[in-house]
Design a protein around this ligand. Structure first.
Ligand SMILES: Cc1cc2nc3c(=O)[nH]c(=O)nc-3n(C[C@H](O)[C@H](O)[C@H](O)COP(=O)(O)OP(=O)(O)OC[C@H]3O[C@@H](n4cnc5c(N)ncnc54)[C@H](O)[C@@H]3O)c2cc1C
Length: 505
């Protein structure tokens, strides 16, 4: 028995202070509940964490977000919480949020449907009608997801547009292979595979960025901090360095959660922002059937990634207010093929503006796909800021090799890059696994498969009535996807109509 002083009581406990957990806690705090949030890390935010290399801030994951123009979905959600003014949002270029570079050809994806269509039509005049049809179908698909538009519609509507793969729809509308590559040139945003990724995933993400692309000028960690402040001001608390090791179920309900350090938290509701597999691993309960656990364990995850964070010498590389995706050729999906080998094909490049010299970049983050298996040799080692163990020289050598490969690959387009670099630091799939607790450091959780959607998406409700799930594995990943899912999770407690009404008023 724990002494009572070690038992803390809240109305609602949230496991994990990633975006999903923090947002749920913020919604519920705003509606008068006392909410406790526990996260294993020293820094909260999960994928919203920022960190510094030689005093320069870098994002661990989130470089830009969509749907943030006035009255769009994410705008409304943040507006409801009253946090918009605190987020330091910077709009990306209207004429180009993403530049897709294939070989030496450059294509701009613009904000707003009209400009997006116009700029692509200028480059592919023979595909004028195809572009129009693709865009109008994409918008139609988005309307089949009511909650994505903050509507309480028929949840079955989406099944009408969920059967088609990305390849099916591209082939239906578009003949030009280069245009297809341009439209999917930022596939790092969903780590999709054309034959199995549902078209709707591409559509919901593409649409959100066309609607309004922004970056967090002072870092995505600001979002986590602002949400934490809101929770604290409402009488709740976010606990750091608080690893959950157990959820106790009795009489069909979760009674309490236990931390590694022995503290126990009791509540009426428990919301888990931890991926479904690790969430259920915390729980010894017959209510979660072995078949469910087995199904979760066998669901494939999206690939992992490595990110090279480069501190630039001052005044060496001009800043651009958009992102760049470089592909060696039109074979833009090659890095995702299981049999891949040889050179890296695709590089996502994200710029940081030098606040003292805004015409120049102070740093770059370069994102490349990397399978977890490549790093399996060190999979039994664990490392975070709180546990900064070394993985040994061979691991460091492998990191150096990959860093050099990325820099020499990019030299194809930025020939003098090496001479602009002051220092750099590489995040590997193991870094993502250890900081985010995502199995195999997967970028976006479960890999959605159009042929097996039922087994690659999960509900917010569980068999245990007072245990809810939230986060990127449920429905849709990304800041927008996770935010919409948090609305759905909290609707179980607050009521969907009431919550949506407040967000839309
Ligand atoms: C490389 C990369 C780039 C990305 N770029 C973008 C982008 O530009 N734009 C965009 O919108 N999205 C982007 N995303 C996706 C986006 O970051 C995620 O979908 C989203 O942030 C996930 O939020 P979450 O709340 O589901 O989970 P997470 O952020 O993973 O949070 C889960 C939290 O649970 C905690 N936790 C886990 N286990 C325990 C435990 N046992 N006890 C206590 N705490 C625990 C973790 O510490 C973590 O804080 C990117 C993702 C990656 C990996």
């Amino acid at each position: 028995m724990q002494p009572d002083s070690q038992i803390l009581k809240y109305d609602i406990m949230v496991l994990g202070a990633g975006l999903g957990g923090l947002l749920c806690a913020a919604f519920l705090s705003k509606e008068g509940y006392r909410v406790g949030v526990v996260d294993k890390n020293k820094q909260i935010g999960g994928s919203l964490q920022s960190f510094s290399v030689k005093g320069h801030r870098f994002e661990s994951a989130v470089h830009y977000v969509g749907s943030l123009n006035p009255n769009q979905t994410l705008f409304r959600i943040f507006n409801y919480l009253g946090i918009l003014d605190e987020l330091d949002l910077q709009k990306l270029d209207a004429t180009c949020f993403d530049e897709i570079i294939i070989g030496q050809e450059r294509f701009q994806l613009a904000q707003g449907y009209e400009l997006f269509q116009q700029k692509l039509t200028e480059r592919f005049p023979h595909q004028r009608e195809a572009i129009q049809q693709y865009l109008s179908y994409m918008r139609e698909v988005c309307l089949h997801f009511p909650l994505y538009n903050l509507e309480n519609g028929d949840a079955n509507l989406k099944s009408k547009v969920s059967q088609d793969s990305l390849a099916d729809i591209l082939d239906r509308f578009i003949q030009d292979s280069r245009l297809k590559a341009v439209l999917c040139g930022h596939h790092q945003l969903y780590a999709g595979v054309p034959d199995t990724t549902p078209f709707y995933l591409h559509a919901l993400i593409q649409n959100s960025y066309i609607e309004g692309s922004y970056k967090f000028a002072s870092g995505s960690a600001k979002l986590a901090k602002v949400l934490q402040d809101l929770i604290h001001h409402s009488g709740g608390k976010v606990y750091r360095n608080a690893l959950v090791i157990r959820l106790k179920e009795e009489a069909g309900k979760i009674q309490e959660l236990q931390l590694e350090d022995g503290r126990i938290f009791q509540a009426d509701w428990f919301i888990s922002n931890i991926a479904p597999g690790p969430s259920f691993d915390l729980l010894e309960s017959k209510l979660i059937k072995p078949a469910t656990r087995k199904r979760i364990a066998s669901t494939p995850h999206t690939v992992s990634a490595a990110m090279l964070n480069i501190v630039l010498k001052k005044g060496t590389l001009p800043y651009v207010n958009h992102n760049r995706y470089y592909h060696r050729s039109e074979h833009i999906w090659d890095d995702l093929r299981p049999e891949r080998s040889g050179q890296i094909q695709t590089f996502g490049v994200f710029y940081y503006q030098d606040s003292e010299d805004p015409g120049f970049a102070s740093g770059l983050s370069v994102l490349v796909y990397r399978p977890f298996q490549e790093w399996r040799e060190w999979s039994n080692t664990f490392r975070t800021t709180g546990q900064p163990h070394s993985r040994g020289q061979e691991y460091e050598n492998k990191k150096n090799e990959l860093s050099l490969e990325i820099i020499s690959g990019l030299a194809h387009w930025i020939p003098d890059l090496a001479s602009c670099i002051e220092t750099s630091d590489l995040c590997t799939p193991l870094t993502y696994r250890d900081y985010l607790h995502i199995p195999e450091g997967s970028m976006y959780g479960f890999q959605k498969n159009v042929d097996d959607l039922a087994n690659t998406t999960y509900a917010t409700r569980t068999k245990i009535p007072n245990l809810l799930l939230t986060g990127q594995n449920i429905n849709l990943h990304g800041v927008l996807g996770v935010s919409v899912t948090a609305v759905l999770t909290c609707a179980e407690i607050l009521g969907l109509d009431e919550l949506l009404k407040k967000m839309k008023s």
